[in-house]
Write a protein that binds this ligand. Structure first.
Ligand SMILES: O=C(O)CCC(=O)C(=O)O
Ligand SMILES: [Fe+2]
Length: 223
């Protein structure tokens, strides 16, 4: 499932992140790409284990964990440390698929990939995240504080930035529900269940739908 969620970060969080990024040390992004993705990855990212990384990471994790739509759509089990990237004019990330398994010491499967846009879409040209979907390519260039989540199984790329600078936060999530199809079924059922509750309260229909939702989750969850 491809989903865009607006206002994941508050204006205060965005301001803090932007300030920290303006003083951060950036290094070549190739260091965290798979061997073939390295050939097409041309960007910068905040040095791992550098001073602001812990704080920046915590802000993004908190924002994700308090977001009900993210929780419903992704059902996170493990979230990989966030990468903060910067694309200057001429930089891009060519077509690739994200590594299936990430992390040497405690490996996780990547089920869901996430791009959180950190600066205004009008402040740079190019830099769209283009994802190959079953109905063709879809381009995303969202406002600061908004994010797109997409299956890690998709081929995708970041188009060259031609003017200005693009900042983004990237992470990958292992879901407690491995299958994207099952996650989408649960998301739809949960959405209907909540809409029904808002309209009619706790009806017998709501109860049965809640039972079905809970039991499918029980059947499919790996916790
Ligand atoms: O910056 C983005 O929107 C996506 C970056 C990406 O594809 C990656 O880091 O694997
Ligand atoms: Fe990627």
């Amino acid at each position: 499932m491809l989903l865009c969620i607006d206002q994941v970060l508050t204006p205060q969080e965005l301001k803090l992140i932007t300030e920290k990024l303006s003083n951060a040390e950036f290094v070549d992004g190739k260091t965290t790409a798979g061997w073939y993705a390295q050939q097409v990855k041309n960007n910068l990212q905040v040095k791992a284990e550098s001073e602001p990384i812990q704080e920046l990471n915590a802000i993004v994790f908190q924002a994700l964990l308090r977001n009900p739509l993210f929780q419903m759509a992704v059902r996170p089990k493990v979230m990989r440390p966030v990468l903060f990237s910067k694309y200057e004019p001429g930089m891009s990330y060519g077509l690739h698929v994200d590594n299936a398994i990430m992390g040497d010491r405690s490996p996780n499967r990547s089920d869901v990939s996430l791009t959180l846009f950190l600066n205004s879409a009008s402040s740079y040209e190019g830099g769209e995240l283009v994802i190959d979907t079953s109905i063709g390519e879809k381009a995303f260039k969202l406002e600061a504080g908004a994010m797109v989540i997409y299956p890690s199984s998709s081929l995708h790329q970041v188009k060259p930035v031609t003017k200005g600078v693009r900042f983004a936060a990237i992470t990958w999530i292992q879901s407690i529900v491995r299958s994207a199809e099952q996650r989408e079924l649960l998301f739809d059922l949960d959405t209907v269940r909540q809409l029904l509750f808002k309209k009619h309260g706790k009806t017998p229909e709501f109860d049965i739908l809640s039972k079905t939702h809970a039991n499918l989750l029980r059947m499919w969850a790996e916790v």
